[in-house]
Ligand binder design. Structure first.
Ligand SMILES: *Cc1c(COP(=O)(O)O)cnc(C)c1O
Length: 382
């Protein structure tokens, strides 16, 4: 710990800190467990788009899953092969679709009939064939926060199953689209494996429907959403990928000619990142104290946006524990990290590590209040 504190003292706070060894170990486990079944994993770039992290993920042989044209360009910059890039999103602009076409990506995950028509129109102009997987809405309620549940019918994501006949009819007229598969993504931070088993059951039924129409789908993509242990980052630094992939191997009835794809974001990168902030002031309340730190919602918005609870460690103190609210400097009452958390006696100048923020942390930073853009440092920096 002492060495780490010394290292941290040379950096301007707040900053993101990435444990690259943990990332490497996580990637090795994912590779090992997915390879057992020949599954293809695409990393969901939106969780963390830092070039250094992308390059490391790419080195382990994974593809990428993008939700914007710029993420496709960033993936290409990091070295991801274009035939391993998938592109999802309900609102792909013409410019973004063109980026996908120009880069000959592996597949567009299309979410509506009007989107299919636009992809075809733009592909005709470029005299290209676009590989398309239909993002279907399985009408499943994943047990997670309402803002990160995406698989219900009345949801902006995906094509509803009741519209499928119409979709197939429209596709017949779209000559520059090649239907290569179906795609699902039921939500995020899902830790109950029964949700994924239910998804498999749904997919099996949908597969039968396609077969009854004599349509052969080469690719099934079950998205991401696998959750992590936010409460015990040190005890469970690597999610149980063995159990995760096994659920699909055991329950999904893959045809011999089919390949199964995953799009994992949070479970890959969340645990390797911490936000390190310095305590500016300690203020006495009635029954607790307030630790006011130099990071706020501008650096980490997850607690305000999703009521996310991140573990916080005071890395400079081992004194007796007291009750604190850890709050930021931004003029918003949602600008806090934790309320009523027990921390060792904390004083001005201490460094606090807010844990498990490698996913949906740094990528969501903003310049509200004209704050300085937060920097990242990596454990393998020399
Ligand atoms: C966000 C997203 C993912 C990744 O979700 P995680 O919960 O981070 O694994 C995968 N696929 C799609 C389509 C997404 O939007």
């Amino acid at each position: 710990m002492k060495e780490l504190i010394k290292k941290f003292e040379q950096y301007q706070t707040p900053f993101y800190w990435y444990d690259m060894e943990l990332l490497g170990n996580t990637l090795r486990v994912i590779k090992e467990e997915s390879s057992k079944y020949g599954f293809q994993v695409h990393y969901a770039v939106k969780a963390n788009a830092n070039l250094k992290i992308l390059k490391k993920i790419k080195e382990h042989g994974f593809g990428s899953d993008c939700v914007s044209g710029n993420e496709i360009l960033r993936s290409a910059e990091a070295g991801f092969a274009s035939d391993k890039i998938v592109f999802a999103g309900v609102g792909k602009s013409d410019e973004e679709i063109n980026i996908g076409l120009e880069n000959d990506i592996f597949a567009f995950n299309a979410e509506s009939i009007p989107e299919l028509e636009v992809i075809d129109e733009l592909a005709v102009l470029k005299d290209k064939a676009a590989n398309v997987a239909l993002r279907l809405n399985p009408n499943l309620a994943a047990s997670t926060h309402e803002y990160i549940s995406t698989g219900l019918n009345e949801n902006k994501f995906g094509i509803n199953l009741m519209d499928m006949d119409e979709v197939l009819k429209v596709l017949e007229g779209l000559k520059n689209i090649k239907l290569c598969g179906i795609h699902f993504h039921i939500g995020s931070q899902i830790t109950d494996m029964d949700n994924f088993k239910s998804l498999c059951d749904k997919v099996n039924g949908i597969q039968d429907w396609f077969e009854s129409k004599n349509i052969k789908l080469e690719h099934i993509n079950v998205g991401g959403g696998f959750g992590i242990d936010y409460e015990n980052p040190d005890k469970n630094p690597i999610p149980d990928f063995k159990a995760y992939f096994k659920v699909f191997a055991d329950n999904l009835q893959l045809r011999p000619y089919q390949q199964l794809h995953f799009e994992l974001g949070r479970s890959v990168v969340a645990q390797c990142g911490s936000l390190v902030a310095k305590v500016l002031y300690v203020k006495n309340g009635v029954e607790k104290k307030f630790a006011i730190v130099d990071a706020g919602i501008t650096e980490l918005i997850r607690p305000a946006l999703y009521k996310a609870r991140h573990e916080i460690h005071n890395i400079c103190s081992e004194e007796v524990r007291e009750k604190y609210d850890v709050v930021g400097p931004i003029c918003e009452s949602a600008d806090f990290f934790r309320k009523n958390i027990m921390l060792p006696t904390t004083k001005r100048g201490d460094l606090l590590a807010i844990r498990s923020v490698g996913a949906y942390g740094q990528v969501m930073t903003s310049r509200y209040n004209l704050r300085r853009i937060v920097e990242a440092h990596y454990s393998d920096d020399v």
